[in-house]
Design a binder for this molecule. Sequence first.
Ligand code: PHE
Length: 340
Amino acid sequence: MLEAKLESLAEEARRAVAAAAEAAELEAVRVRYLGRKGELSQISRQMGKLAPEERARIGRLLNTVKRELEELLDERKRRFDEEALRARLESEWVDLTLPAPGPRPGSLHPVTQIQAEIEDLFVSLGFTVLSGPEVETEYNNFDALNIPPEHPARDVQDTFWVEGGNLLRTHTSPVQVRGMERLGPPLRMIAPGRVFRNEEVDASHEHTFYQLEGMMVDRDVSIGHLIYFMKTLLSAIFHRDVTVRLRPGYFPFVEPGFELDIHCLICGGKGCSVCKQSGWLELLPCGLVHPNVLRMSGIDPEEWNGFAFGLGLTRLVMMRYAIDDIRLLQSGDLRFLTQF
Ligand code: PHE
């Protein structure tokens, strides 16, 4: 009786071991058959009633069944462990022989990009690209541009003076002087570069920014020429018609002088922090070269005349890409720069 029961229990346990789908199930099977209150323990408790040799025989059988089940359970447990390990190795697999991603390719700063485009345009129109020093003489930056020492126009450009009476150029206009002195008329030149002003920095003001100077000196140059070149320039930059307006503007080195404004491309003319709520941006001061300026650089104003303009390159970049804070351009922040 007990023997048959043992056999059928053993068979049932073998099947349960085989059917266990995971480690936790297997553990439940072990507890159920081999645990202290398990099926086999109950049988051994009933053995007390048996005759001695019967008890010995069933006892041996019970031990055999126990050992067999233990082995089956161990074997199955090992399988589960191996599978778990294999799955983990698979998921954590890394190929250390793969090449590293390598350095990110660099890109040109948006100011550099727009500068190169404008240089290409003006070179195609017969202009020479000149560069001048960032530390300038007071004479080139002011006097030779018809701004003598006591002239109020000096106050408009808060100046960083350096030792020895020189200064950090407040505009690219001193390169006009260098161009006229060095090359003489007829002259078509542009001069992109960095300029400096002692400014309070905010969303639309920087102490360091970029301009692009332009100058043409020839015979019978008119405002018509000036407007033609300015329109050519703006439509090349924006690849579309931009709304412009011409207002009288005062610069001692041009007469007549103009402010060429463009409709703010950031707010579309509604008013924002960049255009100071006006809807317009001063982008292109320009005018006909003052006779005094020509004369001081050794050019006879009776024979020659010309136009000049000073494009705000930094502002232009802000317009083109709708950047509403000038400080981003010099932040060095790669999250900003990698967009261009
Ligand atoms: N140099 C002037 C400025 O920076 C701009 C300008 C250049 C105006 C050429 C007229 C002609 O304010």
